[in-house]
Design a protein around this ligand. Structure first.
Ligand code: AMP
Length: 400
């Protein structure tokens, strides 16, 4: 399969699936344009080659067809500014306006189509709808990693209408796929996976898949308390899932059988209420008194986790070590970020993914101190669970 940079887009109309699902405030102003900025290199390369660009995306979750609130027209001005050219807009993603404007598009020009999800056919993966979209362009480029785990019309079904020579990942997708595959299939050992967050149930599949790949797994955040309770420890009021306790024990047993080291926090910062101004103390794991709850990794745990991370050559980090949104409970997550940054500087490959760990890395200003920050929360998680992502399979011509 050719890479994006192997393609010459001269004279071609490139139909690009982007992820412009950006947050808008009540005045329809974009409050975070990271996803738009990320696609600029892909779009620029096509324009520079002498091609034209037709952009398609979803925005929000419109339930009943066209809705003012979810119109992509709100982002046209900002997109024009980012690209330095005036972007045209079609007030429908299929139909006469889209067809006419796409047909009239000249090299160097950009057309944005209206929200794909104004049609139910998009999420249903409707083949006829996908074919109508496909007719607008000569080449299909998928640059929307955030929706790669969905078999929607524009993310996967559409690919069948383009020959392998006329479909490709964009630079955002390519970066995600290359980084994820490096960790999943070519990880240098020791390979440490750091899995945190609130619930075991959300992370169980990723942990199971990593048991066959990682040498060390650090389990932190709220999910650690299910493990402690399952082992007979006292967890006070800490977040936990009783129904997942057998699963937690199963994970520990499987890890032992496979020779994977599981690192749970030795100690915790506990609080007498779920609040930043709660009274706190450092407490050994499994000994949390009633009326208290664990909200962060403790002092010794941080040092122990850092030691494991610093000895690693490959690092995958998904999920915070505590309630990092509150300043008094972010030291555990910050310690992980510090250690991952230092290991990266020493030559390790580090991939950070999943909404909250990405938010943490950004909050600490460490975005450039790790090897790769994945933009696709759900898609990234499913990739690391070992699932085939329809958006990736469709470009490669594999069956999802
Ligand atoms: P996730 O989306 O599963 O990665 O979970 C992230 C969320 O887990 C964040 O909002 C954290 O505040 C929360 N979290 C982490 N540790 C704890 C904890 N010990 N108790 C309660 N919530 C936690």
């Amino acid at each position: 399969m050719s890479t994006f940079n192997d393609f010459s887009f001269a004279g071609k109309k490139a139909l690009i699936r982007v992820d412009f699902n950006v947050p808008l405030n009540d005045a329809f102003e974009i409050t975070d344009d990271n996803r738009m900025q990320a696609t600029v290199p892909t779009i620029s390369k096509i324009l520079k080659d002498g091609g034209s660009v037709i952009l398609m995306s979803h925005l929000g979750r419109p339930k009943d067809g066209p809705t003012e609130k979810y119109s992509l027209k709100h982002i046209v001005a900002h997109l024009s500014k980012l690209l330095g050219i005036e972007v045209q807009f079609a007030n429908d993603c299929i139909g006469a306006d889209a067809v006419d404007k796409a047909a009239a598009l000249q090299p160097g020009q950009v057309l944005l189509l209206e929200n794909l999800r104004f049609y139910k056919e998009e999420e249903k993966g409707d083949v006829a709808f996908a074919e109508k979209l496909a007719k607008l362009g000569d080449v299909y480029v998928n640059d929307a990693f955030g929706t790669a785990h969905r078999a929607h019309a524009s993310t996967a079904i559409i690919a069948q209408f383009f020959s392998p020579a006329n479909r490709t990942f964009g630079l955002v997708m390519e970066g995600e796929v290359v980084s994820a595959e490096k960790v999943l299939h070519a990880a240098q050992k020791p390979f440490t996976a750091i899995i945190g967050g609130a619930k075991v149930s959300d992370k169980i599949l990723i942990i199971e898949n990593l048991l066959d790949r990682a040498t060390d797994i650090i389990i932190g955040g709220g999910m650690a308390y299910t493990f402690f309770k399952a082992q007979g420890g006292k967890i006070g009021n800490s977040i936990h899932e009783d129904d997942r306790m057998p699963l937690a024990l199963e994970i520990l047993a499987k890890a032992k059988a496979k020779g994977v080291n599981i690192h749970l926090p030795i100690d915790n910062i506990i609080a007498d209420k779920f609040s930043n101004d709660a009274n706190t103390q450092n407490c050994a794991s499994g000994e949390i008194p009633d009326g208290w709850e664990g909200l962060d990794a403790g002092v010794e745990s941080r040092a122990q986790f850092a030691k494991v991370i610093l000895a690693s050559k490959t690092i995958l980090w998904n999920g915070p070590m505590g309630v990092f949104e509150m300043p008094n409970f972010q030291a555990g997550t910050k310690a992980i970020a510090d250690a991952v940054a230092e290991a990266t500087q020493n030559g390790a490959f580090s991939l950070v993914g999943g909404g909250d760990s990405v938010a943490a890395v950004n909050q600490f200003g460490y975005h450039d101190k790790v090897s790769y920050v994945s933009t696709g929360g759900g898609a990234m998680l499913e990739y690391f669970e070992g699932k085939t992502l329809p958006g990736i399979a469709a470009i490669k011509g594999e069956v999802a």
